[in-house]
Design a protein around this ligand. Sequence first.
Ligand code: NAD
Length: 280
Amino acid sequence: MPQIIDGKAISQMIKDECRERVAVLSADGKVPCLAVILVGNDPASTVYVGNKKKACEYIGIKSLSYELPETTTEEELLALIRKLNEDEEVNGILVQLPLPAGINEDTVIKTISPAKDVDGFHPENVGKLCIGQPGFVSCTPAGIIELLKRSNIEIEGKECVIIGRSNIVGKPMSLLMLRENATVTVCHSRTKNLKEVAKRADILIVAIGKPRMITAEYVKEGAVVIDVGIHRLEGKKLCGDVDYDDVAPHTSAITPVPGGVGPMTIAMLMNNCVEGFEKR
Ligand code: NAD
């Protein structure tokens, strides 16, 4: 039987730790403050933003909410970000992605002050991760490191294969696993012999965006499998990029969907907000 990595329990632990840190830090009456900007009314984004605000409330982080209409121009959004960059009360700025057509995401990300970039998407923070300096790290990959460490899974010296090279998951994940002294291979849509390469992995991290694509044929006996994917199937059931029922019996540890990587993203966002306040 594989170890089922419990993201729900681990994320709760991290949120409780954040709550304690905030209680200590805010003894002088000052509290961390996160500004959350949502442009338009994409239903999934509205749910994500709602969950982030709820988590802030639980931890004791003040959240400022900016819900802007779909018709907002890039210049209007940039002006708001610049104002929040200057606001001393605000420690973190989060712009919910994706943005409506006509607004350049790269420009928006670059305009957020790196010191308030709690999503870890600013090129300065990505660069710091690359050269091993402290800075904000993208929440989903940072959450995966916590899942592994808190489940007592050794990373150092292990063969790690990451499938997916996106800027928010695959690439930062590879840098974090390198920082933890794994031997890292990154695969993508042009990788040849994906099954053979994936089968080398002691730790296989999957962030492809294709429901249940990874079957047992991709997995070495006894590997640890981390599934980042999240898809809603007909009938509302959720599944990941990994075919869980097929793969799980061949693993030593695996994350389920839901309840694996998903809850870690918000927990690490909260962690970044508290860190931003501590560094203030
Ligand atoms: P993305 O679409 O930006 O990137 C997908 C990557 O997979 C690309 O690098 C591409 O080269 C690779 N890929 C696509 N098809 C492939 C194939 N057939 N073989 C090998 N590689 C292939 O996606 P993303 O933003 O990295 O997200 C990946 C998945 O993770 C999605 O399902 C997304 O919903 C989910 N996700 C979950 C969380 C969370 O909090 N749990 C956070 C971010 C993303």
